[in-house]
Write a protein that binds this ligand. Sequence first.
Ligand SMILES: [Zn+2]
Length: 320
Amino acid sequence: MNTKNKNVIIKLSILAAVVLITFAVKPLLFKETSTDNNYLYVYFINTGQSDCILITTPNDENILIDSGDNGDEDIVLGFLEDKKITKLEYVIFTHPHSDHIGGGYEVVSSFDVDNVIMPDIENDTKTYKSLVDEIDEKNIKVTYPDDGDIYNIDGITMTILSPVNSDYGTNMNEYSIVCRLDYGESSFLFTGDAEAVNEEEMIEAGYDLDVDVLKVGHHGSSSSSTKEFLEAVTPEYAVILCGKDNSYNHPNDDTLSKLEEVSAEIYRTDINGTITMYSDGKTITVALEKKTAKNSEYYIIWAGSILPNIYYNVISIYCK
Ligand SMILES: [Zn+2]
């Protein structure tokens, strides 16, 4: 190859890289300044062995699903403040265990919260009582949803799929609010700590569980994620929220095998840190705080010096 041709190829490669970086990273850059951009954002925040998920709609309406554990308040509040968020249109507390409502009091007292959605089950803990007292104090509307309820929020459809029944005895996980979120062709399923019994009920109720992204139930425990359920969901991406070296051994090895059997790409907060997904309604792009050696070949790695503050690794899929 002569020098002229080489130069042309180099120039074209640089141009291709610039185009790729511009289009792939643009939404992330935009969002740092909270500008409208037609993207739905879902942040699986790394709070360790607890759940906290922030959803930001194209016109910057915010939905928070769970609020980390006791002691995670600084991470949760810091993340929301970094995103310049002052108002949360919806906060969903999936169920009243501390690893889901731990930072709830601080969230409700620090932000302008319009609506709280929670299951109709109480917990006899200081964490729960201080949370509901603060919700009451601030006069925030509380909804105990029924399965089948639909919320239309800024072009996003959120459908409640569980709990299907009203009495599960003392197992609070089984009261977990499960919701499906649709934006264009992209779809997500958020499961809290819903268990096998809930998964079976959702299948029996005939709900459409087939989504692109599954927040794996109960931190990847063996008590959730039955084969039948995963075959109904067939997620492209499975996200597990769990702490590094946690004492529960989450995620369970069998759960990981079952997810692999349905060909899900697995992301974990204990390995990948905070996991960001954004969708234009046709594709979903995943941005990881930390890449894994296993998947590194699929990622485009940015040079930090070119794009300050962007240190994510990015991969995209077309939605179902
Ligand atoms: Zn939990």
